[in-house]
Design a protein around this ligand. Structure first.
Ligand code: PGA
Length: 262
């Protein structure tokens, strides 16, 4: 039996919008969505600002009762101690973060994050009651060499080592060749990999977990193509980079969800 999964539209700001810019952005986004009554629970909106914005955004969400979920873009494998520059999952939880992105391709590429580090970060997130948004995806060369699904499947298998069947997780398929390039994957390509990832979740954590876990697509998602992705049965939302920094564009991506009634 098909299980209804509330779509998640997640805005990964990357290293954009300082804490002052964040206030104006969140207020405008809320206004754009409130006016059109699009925040009634049919779609979950997640914001992933830089660490230095989290406190400010969390205060604003609380004060104005804005129903966006908050997440960080990374966390430490460690809980506390002499790890200069690192941020603990415990601190993120205290700031009311719900989510934390783990294993984004930019972390893997620029910070040499291996599958094992990603797995340790997933454990750190779960230790502190955070929902890991586990990112996987292949480069163009890897796709040509290994086919469309093998790399993502392998990355997810390692990330899920030791994860209990009851854990809440989110998985994001982000083909590296589609991130920030405007070269978007086709809905069929996204569906193929997202279905393969759901099968990994079923094999590792059981069918219940596979049925309830949201699998997102990410990579050049815009208001003009979100519809085509959301039509696919195994795509449960989007991890949006560039387009999440433009209020009207991000609002249009979120609003689309309502219309299709997924
Ligand atoms: P993009 O980024 O939407 O700018 O392609 C997606 C991501 O990296 O999460």
């Amino acid at each position: 039996m098909a299980v209804a999964r509330v779509p998640l539209i997640a805005g990964n700001w990357k290293m954009n919008l300082d804490h002052q810019q964040a206030i104006a952005f969140v207020q405008k986004l809320h206004w754009a969505l409130k006016e059109a009554k699009h925040l009634d629970g049919t779609v979950e909106v997640g914001l992933f600002p830089p660490f230095t914005d989290l406190r400010t955004v969390q205060t604003l969400l609380d004060a104005d009762k804005i129903p966006f979920a908050l997440g960080a873009q990374d966390l430490s494998t460690k809980d506390s101690g002499a790890y200069t520059g690192e941020v603990s999952g415990a601190f993120l939880k205290k700031l009311n973060c719900t989510y934390v992105i783990i294993g984004h391709s930019e972390r893997r590429e620029y910070h040499a994050e291996t599958d094992e580090i990603v797995a340790a970060k997933v454990q750190a997130a779960l230790r502190h009651g955070l929902v890991p948004v586990i990112c996987v995806g292949e480069t163009l060369e890897q796709r040509e060499e290994s086919g469309p699904t093998a790399i993502s499947v392998g990355q997810l298998e390692v990330a899920l080592e030791g994860v209990p069947a009851s854990a809440e997780i989110v998985v994001a398929y982000e083909p590296v060749w589609a991130i920030g390039t405007g070269q978007v994957a086709s809905p069929e390509q996204a569906q193929e990999v997202c279905a393969a990832l759901r099968a990994v979740i079923a094999a590792k954590l059981g069918q219940d977990a596979a049925d309830r876990t949201r699998v997102l697509y990410g990579g050049s998602v815009k208001s003009g193509n979100i519809a085509s992705f959301m039509r696919e049965p195994d795509v449960d939302g989007a991890l949006v980079g560039g387009a999440s920094l433009v209020v009207d564009e991000f609002a249009a991506i979120i609003r689309f969800q309502k219309h299709v009634g997924v």
